[in-house]
Design a protein. Structure first.
Length: 313
């Protein structure tokens, strides 16, 4: 039997990783534009509602069978809530008071939250010391981003920052839920089931909150909604699963470090936004926390030091 190749980042995987970071980073700018005319829940409904039929078409084109039974579709409803409906709405609401780049930095704590939540809830993901150190660095980075003065006060901006952090926690819970309840389904089927579940949840919630969606929107708003759904959701999932298959789950987590630079760049290019130095310093601390949590950088440095020591001897 031919041994399976170790997943690695080749040139193609690197290009796809950058593409995924770009379309996810762009989602923060798309949202800021759409928020000029629409509320957060309506934007979430547009994002998932457009994506659901397109993903269904892709599932059928690949001749994948859709699962049957209330249990699996109930799991998709929970997944849709944790991975789409709740975090999308929280981030969009947060962006009513925050720059998209700043929201993307706070959202980068998802990987740190994910490691801690998995360590607490999954037996095969122990809560190792490096994960606790990474979590501490993540919290420190958030404190730097938010600012020491803001920690003791309550304002709309602070609440918006907490909303984005709550979205990151929701994403982390979703990753655990997917591991436990959806691991035996094809990834594309899971993507469709999750998006369909979130659409079902968002229709009554949006009608109750915002009423019937207004279709008399500016062309730029429609373009932003199309970007959110077609690029930042449908295309993003296709890239996500392609990278997962080609480079592996560990390498895929690197996208978390690449999203904020793209979001900040697009925010500056399209909207003229600029972030203070504290935001960049906080992002650097959060990024260090992610690298510590991942552990590969530390292992590579240790191996290099060991090899250097042996060579000298």
């Amino acid at each position: 039997m031919t041994p399976m190749a170790t997943p690695r980042i080749d040139l193609t995987a690197a290009a796809m990783l950058l593409g995924l970071a770009a379309v996810w980073g762009g989602s923060f700018v798309f949202a800021e534009i759409a928020l000029r005319e629409l509320g957060p829940m309506t934007i979430t409904l547009h994002r998932v509602g457009w994506a659901a039929p397109l993903l269904f078409v892709l599932v059928r084109l690949k001749r994948l069978a859709l699962p049957r039974g209330w249990r699996i579709w109930g799991s998709y409803l929970v997944m849709g809530a944790l991975n789409n409906a709740i975090p999308f709405t929280l981030i969009f609401w947060g962006q009513t008071a925050l720059e998209g780049g700043l929201a993307s930095i706070l959202n980068a704590t998802t990987a740190v939250f994910g490691a801690v939540v998995a360590g607490l809830l999954l037996r095969d993901e122990p809560l190792l010391p490096r994960k606790l150190i990474g979590a501490a660095l993540g919290v420190l980075g958030v404190a730097v981003v938010v600012g020491a003065d803001a920690l003791g006060t309550l304002s709309l901006r602070n609440l918006a920052q907490l909303a984005v952090l709550a979205a990151a926690l929701s994403y982390a819970l979703a990753s655990v839920w997917a591991r436990v309840r959806l691991g035996d389904q094809p990834p594309l089927v899971n993507a469709f089931g999750m998006i369909a579940g979130s659409t079902i949840l968002m229709i009554p919630a949006t009608l109750w909150s915002d009423g019937l969606p207004d279709l008399a929107l500016a062309p730029v708003t429609w373009a932003a909604l199309a970007g959110l759904s077609l690029l930042s959701t449908v295309l993003a999932y296709l890239l996500y699963f392609a990278i997962l298959r080609r480079a592996g789950a560990a390498n895929l987590t690197l996208v978390t470090l690449l999203i904020p630079p793209f979001a900040i760049f697009f925010g500056w290019l399209v909207l003229g936004e600029a972030l203070p130095a504290s935001a960049w310093i906080g992002f650097a601390v959060i990024a260090l926390g992610l690298l510590v949590t991942d552990g590969r950088a530390a292992r590579a440095l240790a191996a290099r030091y060991f090899l250097h020591t042996v060579t000298k001897e």
